[in-house]
Write a protein that binds this ligand. Structure first.
Ligand SMILES: [Zn+2]
Length: 333
């Protein structure tokens, strides 16, 4: 699995920091950490294998955000994420983050976004990897703050920023609140992907598509229990960004065996494989695929089909998509 080319469309920057980097930045910037011992810090950054809920899982993001408050650290953390991805043959990576989480020490939203783009460009220059950025609006924040994110990223569209996202705690019917900011985002030219059907409500998936114009859905696990929504997702070929380990941790599914990734694919639903959070979920793309491979029959045809689905669903230019497709079938190293 490690050697195969990969595409990742759902990865949160603040969930994917190297533990040593958290320690290093905290020391340099005088940031207080609960522990300065690498192994202990690792435990504080990785969510337990089974959290009690998504809320529990989200607790693990407070600590990383403390060291993501300067231009240098944002650039470094982004670069390192792309570096880690490139080393396991990820060819294209879309990274998402909430700009407002990184303004605690005075950075403007624009400076936050520019710093992340700087890290991305540096990695693209050094490694055989391409990428883009998705701006996340937190549903726990106000609708006004979603408008701010949309406005702050406008001038970066086509220069690294490609899409808008809604994430964090998922309540039934959340889409209604965000119709206007997401409509404005679409008008500006953002693509739209929405976290939905991650913690219970399958109706949220349809709402995200119908009310917000979502082109892709983050997770969508819960469509499995709703035949009507399931059928729509299947018929409309709505692409799901699935993240098995994260779903096991947040109790969206009981265990990997119960995860619908494989069954969805077998039944013609468009699925893609993602890590969600490399550090908080203590995983990689290679690991996610190896877990699936151990439990189900993952053959070359399935892998290639999902690779191609991921490329087609990427918010990338046609030229980048063609380059990604040219990476498959892989050359033997
Ligand atoms: Zn996510």
């Amino acid at each position: 699995m490690h050697g195969l080319p990969k595409i990742e469309l759902h990865c949160h920057l603040d969930g994917s920091l190297r533990v040593a980097t958290v320690l290093d930045i905290a020391r340099k910037e005088g940031i207080e950490l609960p522990t300065y011992h690498l192994t202990e810090l690792k435990h504080a950054l990785i969510a337990p294998e089974e959290c009690t809920s998504l809320a529990d899982y989200l607790q693990c993001f407070a600590l990383p955000n403390a060291v993501m408050q300067s231009k240098e650290s944002l650039k470094r953390i982004t670069f390192e994420l792309f570096e880690d991805a490139a080393k396991e043959n990820v060819k294209y990576l879309e990274v998402r983050f909430g700009p407002q989480l990184h303004t605690m020490k005075g950075l403007t939203l624009e400076e936050v976004i520019q710093s992340v783009i700087d890290g991305l460009k540096l990695a693209e220059a050094r490694y055989e990897i391409k990428g883009n950025i998705i701006l996340s609006c937190l549903r726990s924040m106000s609708v006004e703050s979603a408008f701010e994110v949309v406005e702050s990223g406008k001038s970066f569209l086509g220069k690294g920023v490609v899409a808008i996202d809604l994430c964090a705690i998922e309540e039934d019917g959340f889409c209604t609140r965000f119709v206007e900011p997401i409509a404005l985002a679409r008008e500006y030219g953002y693509h739209v992907t929405i976290h939905a059907g991650e913690t219970g409500s399958s109706q949220n998936v349809l709402d995200a598509v119908d009310m917000l114009g979502a082109e892709r859905i983050g997770h969508g696990v819960f469509i499995k229990d709703d035949p009507i929504v399931y059928q729509r997702v299947k018929e409309q070929q709505i692409v799901l960004e699935m993240c098995p380990t994260s779903n096991v941790q947040t109790k969206a599914v009981l265990n990997y065996q119960e995860h619908p990734f494989y069954l969805f694919h077998q039944d013609g639903i468009k699925v893609t494989m993602n890590t969600d959070n490399r550090t908080v979920s203590h995983t990689t793309m290679t690991n996610e695929w190896e877990i699936m491979e151990q439990l189900f029959t993952v053959d070359k045809q399935m892998y290639q089909m999902i690779y191609e689905t991921s490329v087609q669903a990427a918010f990338a230019t046609q030229a980048i998509k063609e380059w990604c497709l040219s990476q498959y079938p892989p050359t033997i190293h």
